[in-house]
Ligand binder design. Structure first.
Ligand code: DAT
Ligand code: MG
Length: 147
């Protein structure tokens, strides 16, 4: 089953949005297979956001993502990578539709509440960057045949 890496960013943790965000993915019908509150090191931040190394906002991005705890998660489900991106909304909250997480809770592009993997390759890379295999739980729910 497809898995993705999602993370409530430091602004979302500070604004008490962890429960709300977890709840949206639970209600949608996806399965939480791993989750932890953690503070990201500068090294991990630079690796995670490596694709943006040359962008002018890279320094600010690394400072922000390491500025306080994040809630890192792995979610599982059919088409979860693309569907989670749709549920998150556009990168810039100003462009994100109402009803999406960024559309409902974000204002600035630099503090846009949530991260989500954008492809199967980045999901695999990001899950292994943030989680050990033994931190991921494979289990069945009896409700799974209904969603
Ligand atoms: P996404 O998080 O939607 O995958 P991205 O990978 O293009 O977006 O960028 C990573 C993060 O970098 C994004 O969530 C917020 C920040 N960011 C992107 N564009 C920015 C900009 N123009 N100014 C400041 N921060 C930006
Ligand atoms: Mg991205």
């Amino acid at each position: 089953m497809e898995k993705t890496f999602l993370m409530v960013k430091p602004d979302g943790v500070q604004r008490n949005l962890v429960g709300e965000i977890v709840s949206r993915f639970e209600k949608k019908g996806f399965n939480l297979v791993g989750g932890k509150l953690m503070t990201i090191s500068k090294d991990l931040a630079e690796t995670h956001y490596g694709e943006h190394k040359e962008r002018p906002f890279f320094g600010e991005l690394v400072d922000f993502i390491t500025s306080g705890p994040v809630f890192a998660m792995v979610w599982e489900g059919e088409n979860v990578i693309a569907t989670a991106r749709t549920m998150m909304g556009a990168t810039n909250p100003a462009d994100a539709a109402p009803g999406t997480i960024r559309g409902d809770y974000g204002v600035q592009v630099s503090m846009n509440v949530i991260h989500g993997s954008d492809s199967p390759e980045s999901a695999e890379r990001e899950i292994s960057l943030f989680f050990d295999e033994k931190e991921l739980n494979n289990y069945d729910k009896t409700i799974s045949k209904w969603v």
